[in-house]
Design a protein around this ligand. Structure first.
Ligand code: PMP
Length: 364
Protein backbone atom coordinates (compact mmCIF):
# COMPACT_ATOMS: atom_id res chain seq x y z
CA UNK A 1 0.00 0.00 0.00
CA UNK A 2 1.19 3.53 -0.73
CA UNK A 3 2.25 5.05 2.60
CA UNK A 4 0.76 8.39 1.43
CA UNK A 5 -2.69 6.84 2.01
CA UNK A 6 -1.84 6.82 5.74
CA UNK A 7 -3.41 9.90 7.27
CA UNK A 8 -0.72 10.42 9.96
CA UNK A 9 2.00 10.30 7.32
CA UNK A 10 0.19 12.79 5.07
CA UNK A 11 -0.27 15.14 8.01
CA UNK A 12 3.52 15.42 8.28
CA UNK A 13 3.55 17.15 4.89
CA UNK A 14 0.72 19.43 5.94
CA UNK A 15 2.77 20.45 8.99
CA UNK A 16 5.86 21.07 6.87
CA UNK A 17 3.80 23.27 4.54
CA UNK A 18 3.00 25.37 7.61
CA UNK A 19 6.74 26.19 7.72
CA UNK A 20 7.16 26.65 3.97
CA UNK A 21 5.53 29.18 1.64
CA UNK A 22 3.05 31.91 2.59
CA UNK A 23 5.99 34.30 2.70
CA UNK A 24 5.44 38.04 3.17
CA UNK A 25 5.40 40.27 0.07
CA UNK A 26 7.56 43.35 0.60
CA UNK A 27 6.41 46.60 -0.94
CA UNK A 28 9.70 48.47 -1.31
CA UNK A 29 9.53 52.22 -1.78
CA UNK A 30 12.59 54.02 -3.15
CA UNK A 31 13.81 57.02 -5.10
CA UNK A 32 15.45 56.37 -8.47
CA UNK A 33 17.05 59.38 -10.19
CA UNK A 34 14.77 61.72 -8.21
CA UNK A 35 11.60 59.73 -9.02
CA UNK A 36 9.46 57.86 -6.46
CA UNK A 37 9.22 54.15 -7.30
CA UNK A 38 7.89 50.88 -5.82
CA UNK A 39 8.98 47.28 -6.41
CA UNK A 40 7.39 44.15 -4.90
CA UNK A 41 9.51 41.26 -3.59
CA UNK A 42 8.58 37.93 -2.00
CA UNK A 43 10.69 37.49 1.14
CA UNK A 44 11.70 33.85 0.81
CA UNK A 45 14.10 33.53 3.74
CA UNK A 46 11.00 32.93 5.88
CA UNK A 47 10.94 29.32 4.67
CA UNK A 48 12.16 26.58 7.02
CA UNK A 49 15.79 26.54 5.81
CA UNK A 50 15.81 30.17 4.73
CA UNK A 51 15.43 29.94 0.97
CA UNK A 52 12.91 29.67 -1.84
CA UNK A 53 14.17 26.15 -2.61
CA UNK A 54 12.22 24.69 0.34
CA UNK A 55 9.06 25.04 -1.72
CA UNK A 56 10.21 22.79 -4.55
CA UNK A 57 12.03 20.32 -2.27
CA UNK A 58 8.89 19.64 -0.21
CA UNK A 59 6.66 19.62 -3.29
CA UNK A 60 8.89 17.16 -5.19
CA UNK A 61 9.07 14.76 -2.25
CA UNK A 62 5.34 14.98 -1.50
CA UNK A 63 4.45 14.45 -5.16
CA UNK A 64 6.75 11.42 -5.31
CA UNK A 65 5.04 9.93 -2.24
CA UNK A 66 1.63 10.73 -3.69
CA UNK A 67 2.57 8.84 -6.86
CA UNK A 68 4.32 6.01 -4.98
CA UNK A 69 7.77 6.75 -6.52
CA UNK A 70 9.69 7.13 -3.23
CA UNK A 71 9.92 4.83 -0.22
CA UNK A 72 10.76 5.81 3.40
CA UNK A 73 14.04 3.82 3.18
CA UNK A 74 15.24 5.69 0.08
CA UNK A 75 18.31 7.94 0.16
CA UNK A 76 17.71 11.31 -1.50
CA UNK A 77 20.61 12.11 -3.86
CA UNK A 78 20.76 15.53 -5.49
CA UNK A 79 23.22 17.65 -7.47
CA UNK A 80 23.01 21.25 -6.29
CA UNK A 81 24.84 24.53 -5.92
CA UNK A 82 23.77 24.89 -2.30
CA UNK A 83 20.32 26.08 -1.28
CA UNK A 84 18.65 23.01 -2.78
CA UNK A 85 21.06 20.80 -0.87
CA UNK A 86 20.15 22.58 2.35
CA UNK A 87 16.42 22.19 1.60
CA UNK A 88 16.60 18.48 0.76
CA UNK A 89 18.87 17.83 3.75
CA UNK A 90 16.41 19.42 6.19
CA UNK A 91 13.17 18.18 4.66
CA UNK A 92 14.68 14.77 3.96
CA UNK A 93 15.69 14.46 7.60
CA UNK A 94 12.31 15.74 8.80
CA UNK A 95 10.76 12.83 6.90
CA UNK A 96 13.39 10.32 8.03
CA UNK A 97 15.40 10.03 4.79
CA UNK A 98 19.16 9.76 4.40
CA UNK A 99 20.47 12.52 2.12
CA UNK A 100 23.54 12.71 -0.15
CA UNK A 101 24.39 16.05 -1.78
CA UNK A 102 26.74 16.36 -4.77
CA UNK A 103 28.07 19.89 -4.92
CA UNK A 104 30.71 21.94 -6.77
CA UNK A 105 33.67 22.49 -4.43
CA UNK A 106 33.75 26.29 -4.90
CA UNK A 107 30.44 27.05 -3.13
CA UNK A 108 30.47 29.09 0.09
CA UNK A 109 31.70 27.42 3.31
CA UNK A 110 28.42 28.31 5.01
CA UNK A 111 26.49 26.14 2.56
CA UNK A 112 28.78 23.15 3.17
CA UNK A 113 28.65 23.54 6.97
CA UNK A 114 24.86 23.85 7.03
CA UNK A 115 24.40 20.72 4.90
CA UNK A 116 26.83 18.88 7.19
CA UNK A 117 24.84 20.02 10.22
CA UNK A 118 21.81 18.03 8.99
CA UNK A 119 23.94 14.90 8.90
CA UNK A 120 23.80 14.75 5.11
CA UNK A 121 26.74 13.36 3.19
CA UNK A 122 28.47 15.83 0.81
CA UNK A 123 30.31 14.71 -2.32
CA UNK A 124 32.40 17.67 -3.56
CA UNK A 125 33.02 17.93 -7.31
CA UNK A 126 35.86 20.03 -8.72
CA UNK A 127 35.87 21.94 -12.02
CA UNK A 128 38.20 19.22 -13.39
CA UNK A 129 35.63 16.55 -12.42
CA UNK A 130 32.99 18.37 -14.47
CA UNK A 131 31.48 20.96 -12.10
CA UNK A 132 27.69 21.19 -12.19
CA UNK A 133 27.24 18.88 -15.16
CA UNK A 134 29.61 16.37 -13.56
CA UNK A 135 27.49 16.51 -10.37
CA UNK A 136 24.30 15.70 -12.27
CA UNK A 137 26.00 12.85 -14.14
CA UNK A 138 27.33 11.40 -10.88
CA UNK A 139 23.85 11.48 -9.27
CA UNK A 140 22.49 9.48 -12.22
CA UNK A 141 25.39 7.00 -12.00
CA UNK A 142 24.69 6.48 -8.29
CA UNK A 143 20.99 5.81 -9.02
CA UNK A 144 21.86 3.27 -11.72
CA UNK A 145 24.29 1.26 -9.55
CA UNK A 146 22.70 1.50 -6.06
CA UNK A 147 19.29 0.39 -4.79
CA UNK A 148 16.88 2.63 -2.83
CA UNK A 149 17.94 5.94 -4.34
CA UNK A 150 15.52 8.79 -5.01
CA UNK A 151 16.67 11.46 -7.49
CA UNK A 152 14.68 14.73 -7.31
CA UNK A 153 16.43 16.02 -10.49
CA UNK A 154 15.61 19.66 -9.87
CA UNK A 155 17.00 20.88 -13.23
CA UNK A 156 14.62 18.76 -15.32
CA UNK A 157 11.77 17.82 -12.95
CA UNK A 158 8.56 19.63 -13.95
CA UNK A 159 7.41 19.34 -10.34
CA UNK A 160 10.02 22.01 -9.48
CA UNK A 161 8.18 24.58 -11.63
CA UNK A 162 4.82 23.19 -10.50
CA UNK A 163 5.73 23.96 -6.87
CA UNK A 164 5.88 27.65 -7.82
CA UNK A 165 2.80 27.42 -10.02
CA UNK A 166 0.87 25.98 -7.06
CA UNK A 167 2.32 28.16 -4.25
CA UNK A 168 4.54 31.18 -5.06
CA UNK A 169 2.49 32.38 -8.06
CA UNK A 170 -0.93 32.16 -6.35
CA UNK A 171 0.47 33.87 -3.25
CA UNK A 172 1.80 36.81 -5.29
CA UNK A 173 -1.51 37.14 -7.11
CA UNK A 174 -3.55 36.95 -3.92
CA UNK A 175 -1.32 39.34 -1.94
CA UNK A 176 -1.38 41.98 -4.68
CA UNK A 177 -4.97 41.73 -5.88
CA UNK A 178 -6.24 41.93 -2.28
CA UNK A 179 -4.77 45.45 -2.34
CA UNK A 180 -6.25 46.19 -5.77
CA UNK A 181 -2.93 45.77 -7.61
CA UNK A 182 -2.47 43.74 -10.81
CA UNK A 183 1.13 42.73 -11.53
CA UNK A 184 2.53 43.91 -14.90
CA UNK A 185 5.79 41.95 -14.83
CA UNK A 186 7.68 39.26 -12.91
CA UNK A 187 11.48 38.96 -12.93
CA UNK A 188 13.59 36.14 -11.45
CA UNK A 189 17.19 35.04 -11.63
CA UNK A 190 17.42 31.58 -13.18
CA UNK A 191 19.12 28.69 -11.41
CA UNK A 192 16.95 25.75 -12.39
CA UNK A 193 14.33 28.11 -13.83
CA UNK A 194 11.66 26.58 -11.56
CA UNK A 195 10.73 29.96 -10.07
CA UNK A 196 10.47 31.95 -13.30
CA UNK A 197 8.67 29.18 -15.24
CA UNK A 198 6.22 28.21 -12.48
CA UNK A 199 5.35 31.69 -11.21
CA UNK A 200 5.23 32.88 -14.83
CA UNK A 201 2.80 30.16 -15.84
CA UNK A 202 0.39 30.98 -13.01
CA UNK A 203 0.52 34.76 -13.38
CA UNK A 204 -0.01 34.46 -17.15
CA UNK A 205 -3.19 32.46 -16.54
CA UNK A 206 -4.44 35.31 -14.36
CA UNK A 207 -3.15 38.19 -16.53
CA UNK A 208 -2.23 37.15 -20.10
CA UNK A 209 -0.61 40.57 -20.67
CA UNK A 210 2.00 40.11 -17.93
CA UNK A 211 5.70 40.10 -18.89
CA UNK A 212 7.81 37.26 -17.47
CA UNK A 213 11.56 37.94 -17.52
CA UNK A 214 14.36 35.50 -16.70
CA UNK A 215 17.52 37.11 -15.32
CA UNK A 216 21.20 36.15 -15.60
CA UNK A 217 24.55 37.65 -14.54
CA UNK A 218 25.97 40.08 -17.13
CA UNK A 219 29.42 38.42 -16.70
CA UNK A 220 28.08 34.95 -17.49
CA UNK A 221 25.23 35.16 -20.03
CA UNK A 222 24.50 31.43 -20.30
CA UNK A 223 20.87 31.82 -21.42
CA UNK A 224 21.59 34.49 -24.05
CA UNK A 225 24.44 32.51 -25.58
CA UNK A 226 23.18 28.96 -24.95
CA UNK A 227 26.35 27.80 -23.21
CA UNK A 228 28.66 28.62 -20.31
CA UNK A 229 30.58 31.90 -20.72
CA UNK A 230 32.77 33.60 -18.12
CA UNK A 231 32.24 33.39 -14.36
CA UNK A 232 30.22 35.37 -11.81
CA UNK A 233 29.53 35.85 -8.09
CA UNK A 234 25.73 35.53 -7.90
CA UNK A 235 25.54 32.10 -6.24
CA UNK A 236 22.38 30.14 -7.02
CA UNK A 237 21.85 31.39 -10.57
CA UNK A 238 23.42 30.65 -13.96
CA UNK A 239 24.90 27.23 -13.31
CA UNK A 240 26.91 26.67 -16.53
CA UNK A 241 24.07 25.43 -18.78
CA UNK A 242 20.49 26.22 -19.78
CA UNK A 243 18.35 23.88 -17.63
CA UNK A 244 15.78 21.64 -19.34
CA UNK A 245 12.99 23.34 -17.38
CA UNK A 246 13.71 26.73 -19.00
CA UNK A 247 11.62 27.35 -22.11
CA UNK A 248 12.97 30.68 -23.34
CA UNK A 249 10.38 30.84 -26.13
CA UNK A 250 7.66 31.07 -23.45
CA UNK A 251 9.41 33.96 -21.70
CA UNK A 252 10.04 37.62 -22.40
CA UNK A 253 13.44 39.29 -22.83
CA UNK A 254 16.39 38.04 -20.76
CA UNK A 255 17.59 40.63 -18.23
CA UNK A 256 21.33 40.92 -17.45
CA UNK A 257 22.67 42.40 -14.21
CA UNK A 258 26.37 42.77 -13.21
CA UNK A 259 27.41 40.80 -10.12
CA UNK A 260 29.15 43.80 -8.48
CA UNK A 261 26.01 45.91 -8.87
CA UNK A 262 23.99 43.04 -7.32
CA UNK A 263 26.37 42.89 -4.35
CA UNK A 264 26.09 46.65 -3.73
CA UNK A 265 22.29 46.51 -4.07
CA UNK A 266 22.04 43.61 -1.59
CA UNK A 267 24.29 45.55 0.82
CA UNK A 268 22.09 48.60 0.40
CA UNK A 269 18.91 46.66 1.19
CA UNK A 270 20.53 45.58 4.48
CA UNK A 271 22.12 48.96 5.36
CA UNK A 272 19.23 51.24 4.41
CA UNK A 273 16.19 49.06 5.17
CA UNK A 274 17.41 46.24 7.46
CA UNK A 275 16.55 43.67 4.79
CA UNK A 276 19.46 41.24 5.02
CA UNK A 277 19.24 39.53 1.64
CA UNK A 278 21.56 37.37 -0.46
CA UNK A 279 23.34 38.43 -3.66
CA UNK A 280 20.70 37.07 -6.07
CA UNK A 281 18.11 39.24 -4.29
CA UNK A 282 20.21 42.32 -5.11
CA UNK A 283 20.32 41.12 -8.72
CA UNK A 284 16.56 40.52 -8.78
CA UNK A 285 15.84 44.00 -7.38
CA UNK A 286 18.00 45.60 -10.10
CA UNK A 287 16.41 43.37 -12.75
CA UNK A 288 12.94 44.47 -11.61
CA UNK A 289 14.14 48.09 -11.78
CA UNK A 290 15.41 47.58 -15.36
CA UNK A 291 12.04 46.17 -16.41
CA UNK A 292 10.24 49.05 -14.67
CA UNK A 293 12.48 51.52 -16.52
CA UNK A 294 11.37 50.02 -19.82
CA UNK A 295 7.65 49.71 -18.90
CA UNK A 296 7.25 53.03 -17.10
CA UNK A 297 7.74 54.21 -13.49
CA UNK A 298 4.23 53.15 -12.43
CA UNK A 299 4.61 49.55 -13.67
CA UNK A 300 3.91 46.95 -10.97
CA UNK A 301 6.98 44.74 -11.12
CA UNK A 302 7.37 41.72 -8.83
CA UNK A 303 10.45 39.67 -7.97
CA UNK A 304 11.74 37.35 -5.24
CA UNK A 305 14.36 37.69 -2.52
CA UNK A 306 15.45 34.06 -2.71
CA UNK A 307 17.44 33.93 0.54
CA UNK A 308 19.13 35.99 3.28
CA UNK A 309 22.75 37.10 3.70
CA UNK A 310 23.84 34.54 6.31
CA UNK A 311 25.16 32.07 3.73
CA UNK A 312 27.41 34.76 2.26
CA UNK A 313 29.39 35.86 5.34
CA UNK A 314 32.62 34.58 3.78
CA UNK A 315 31.98 36.11 0.34
CA UNK A 316 32.35 39.51 -1.35
CA UNK A 317 28.90 40.44 0.01
CA UNK A 318 30.70 41.29 3.27
CA UNK A 319 33.42 43.37 1.53
CA UNK A 320 33.45 46.84 0.05
CA UNK A 321 32.62 46.47 -3.64
CA UNK A 322 34.14 49.00 -6.09
CA UNK A 323 31.46 51.08 -7.87
CA UNK A 324 31.49 51.12 -11.69
CA UNK A 325 30.05 53.93 -13.78
CA UNK A 326 27.50 51.62 -15.46
CA UNK A 327 26.01 50.44 -12.13
CA UNK A 328 22.39 51.29 -11.25
CA UNK A 329 22.57 50.67 -7.48
CA UNK A 330 24.15 54.11 -6.74
CA UNK A 331 21.02 55.71 -8.28
CA UNK A 332 18.71 53.90 -5.83
CA UNK A 333 17.86 55.48 -2.50
CA UNK A 334 15.70 53.11 -0.48
CA UNK A 335 13.04 54.84 1.62
CA UNK A 336 10.92 52.25 3.46
CA UNK A 337 8.81 49.13 2.99
CA UNK A 338 5.35 47.84 3.73
CA UNK A 339 4.46 44.17 4.12
CA UNK A 340 1.53 42.32 2.56
CA UNK A 341 0.84 39.00 4.21
CA UNK A 342 -2.09 36.95 3.13
CA UNK A 343 -1.89 33.32 4.13
CA UNK A 344 -3.27 30.03 2.99
CA UNK A 345 -4.69 28.41 6.12
CA UNK A 346 -3.61 24.93 5.01
CA UNK A 347 -7.16 23.67 5.35
CA UNK A 348 -6.44 20.82 2.98
CA UNK A 349 -3.73 18.50 1.64
CA UNK A 350 -1.55 19.68 -1.27
CA UNK A 351 -2.51 16.78 -3.54
CA UNK A 352 -6.09 16.25 -2.37
CA UNK A 353 -7.26 19.84 -2.83
CA UNK A 354 -9.73 20.64 -5.57
CA UNK A 355 -9.91 24.32 -4.64
CA UNK A 356 -7.51 26.74 -6.37
CA UNK A 357 -5.03 27.75 -3.66
CA UNK A 358 -5.47 31.49 -4.13
CA UNK A 359 -9.16 31.22 -3.23
CA UNK A 360 -8.46 29.67 0.13
CA UNK A 361 -6.36 32.45 1.58
CA UNK A 362 -7.13 34.88 4.35
CA UNK A 363 -5.76 38.19 5.50
CA UNK A 364 -3.68 38.50 8.69
N1 PMP B 1 18.73 32.60 -5.91
C1 PMP B 1 19.30 31.71 -5.10
C2 PMP B 1 20.10 32.21 -3.94
C3 PMP B 1 19.16 30.33 -5.33
O1 PMP B 1 19.73 29.44 -4.52
C4 PMP B 1 18.40 29.91 -6.45
C5 PMP B 1 18.23 28.42 -6.73
N2 PMP B 1 19.36 27.81 -7.26
C6 PMP B 1 17.85 30.87 -7.30
C7 PMP B 1 18.02 32.22 -6.99
C8 PMP B 1 17.12 30.50 -8.59
O2 PMP B 1 15.94 29.76 -8.39
P1 PMP B 1 15.47 28.69 -9.45
O3 PMP B 1 16.30 27.46 -9.27
O4 PMP B 1 14.02 28.43 -9.11
O5 PMP B 1 15.63 29.25 -10.82
Amino acid sequence: MNIYANNDFRLRFKDLWRLIGNSPLLVINFIYKGQKRTIYAKSEHFNITGSIKDRMALYIIEKAYHEGRIKPEDTIVEATSGNTGISFSAIGRALGHKVRIIMPDWMSKERVDIINSFGAEIIPISKEQGGFLGSIKLSEEIASREANIFLPQQFSNEANAQAHERTTGPEIWSQLTYHGITPDAFVAGVGTGGTVMGVGRFLRQMNPEIKIHPLEPAESPTMSTGHKVGSHRIQGISDEFVPALVKLEQLDRIIAVPDGDSIIMAQKLARQLGLAVGISSGANFLGALQVQNSMGPEAKVVTVFADCNKKYLSTDLMREEPVRSDYESPEVELINFKVYKRVCDNCCDMFECEIKPYTRTKQV
